[in-house]
Design a protein around this ligand. Structure first.
Ligand SMILES: Cc1ncc(COP(=O)(O)O)c(C=O)c1O
Length: 354
């Protein structure tokens, strides 16, 4: 893959902003970044809050690399994986070029493309929502514009499905000059389907990850991009000078330490168990037509009358997510797997609606 040709032309010669942190320097008196000279310690137990953080704190790069089985130079840290999605589009799509998505899917891909004047190709799914790799290849080859990146979520939101490894390899192999962005925000709920190691083999693969789901840290906004170093270095030209606040890096490092990962895995087991219990209960309700298979922390449910169920739940103060207007998802509602008490309340309320 010719990384030079793939990135936007105006970025090829661009040197990223040389912040004081990026320039660095070994000294004892740092008067190079217009910072306050000492830490205030008002808000957070840190002695470094008066200083700008590193653009990419190395400890955290190393912790994520260790967690996913890659090297620090394969990792980029961003404000959630959402920021990574935007960065990929801004780095690789020239005006008139675009991305491919397979609706129903995570809505941010298309929105970020449109806000960056990139086009959006919609790849059709089968009637059972399956995503055929040959269909992806054919759609991209026949697109009326150049598709720079294909976004595939696995586990998918809201479908809950997985994209098979051999299908991913087919797309990567048959479209060697197109980036395939595999969004694995929910991968901890299906750990056997992490294809991060394929980054070593396929230069056109980008994997995105997040601490927002299984790690329970949506509030700190910390996500990761895993790719070849050449791709990471292009993304580093576009990213903000200081995207990772120091408290975020500290919390993220704790989450990725052994104790943090073990705690996350325990929570994942609980969520998966609760998800399947909820499925069993829902399937017995006459107002439920279908509960989709799920490899994530939610269930997508087709009701006989989705809008009425949704509104009735809102009246009781229970806010679910309606997918009424999304392709093929009429009457569908997504329910996040919360606490046992929250799910009991959902079931009690749904049962009373009958
Ligand atoms: C498939 C998918 N990707 C990415 C995200 C965004 O994650 P983050 O919090 O890391 O920005 C979400 C959030 O719901 C998602 O469902």
């Amino acid at each position: 893959m010719d990384f030079e040709k793939l990135a936007c032309a105006h970025l090829r010669e661009l040197t990223p902003y040389q912040s004081a942190r990026r320039i660095g320097g070994h000294g004892h008196t740092f008067l190079n970044a217009n910072e306050y000279y000492k830490s205030q310690l008002y808000f957070f137990n840190s002695t470094t809050l008066n200083r700008y953080p590193d653009c990419q704190p190395f400890d955290l790069l190393a912790a994520e690399a260790d967690y996913v089985g890659l090297r620090p130079e394969n990792v980029l840290i961003s404000r959630g994986s959402d920021e990574a999605i935007g960065l990929i589009i801004r780095t690789f799509c020239e005006e008139g070029e675009g991305i491919a998505v397979a609706p129903p899917t995570y809505g941010v891909y298309a929105i970020f493309a449109k806000t960056n004047r990139a086009q959006v190709l919609e790849i059709p799914r089968g009637t059972d929502f399956s995503l055929n790799p040959e269909q992806i290849v054919q759609s991209v080859q026949q697109a009326p514009f150049k598709v720079k990146a294909i976004f595939i979520d696995s586990p998918a939101n809201p479908l809950g499905t997985l994209f098979a490894k051999e299908d991913l390899i087919t797309v990567l192999t048959k479209l060697p000059d197109t980036l395939v962005v595999l969004d694995q925000a929910y991968i901890e709920f299906a750990p056997d389907y992490s294809y991060a190691a394929l980054v070593k083999e396929f230069p056109n693969l980008i994997v995105t990850r997040t601490l927002s789901k299984a790690f329970g840290l949506a509030g700190i906004r910390c996500g990761f991009t895993l790719a070849r170093p050449e791709i990471i270095s292009y993304l580093l030209k576009v990213i903000d000078p200081y995207p990772v606040p120091d408290p975020v890096a500290q919390i993220a490092r704790q989450a990725l330490a052994r104790g943090g990962v073990e705690l996350m895995q325990e929570r994942v087991n609980e969520i998966v168990q609760r998800r399947e219990e909820l499925r069993g209960h829902l399937e017995k309700l006459p107002c439920v037509k279908e509960v989709f298979p799920s490899h994530a922390n939610f269930l997508l449910v087709r009701f006989t009358d989705g809008p009425t169920v949704f509104e009735s739940m809102v009246q009781k103060g229970i806010i679910l997510r309606s997918f009424e207007d999304k392709p093929g998802l009429k009457n569908c509602i997504r329910i996040t797997i919360g606490s046992a008490e929250e799910l009991d309340e959902v079931m009690r309320t749904l049962t009373a609606l009958q």
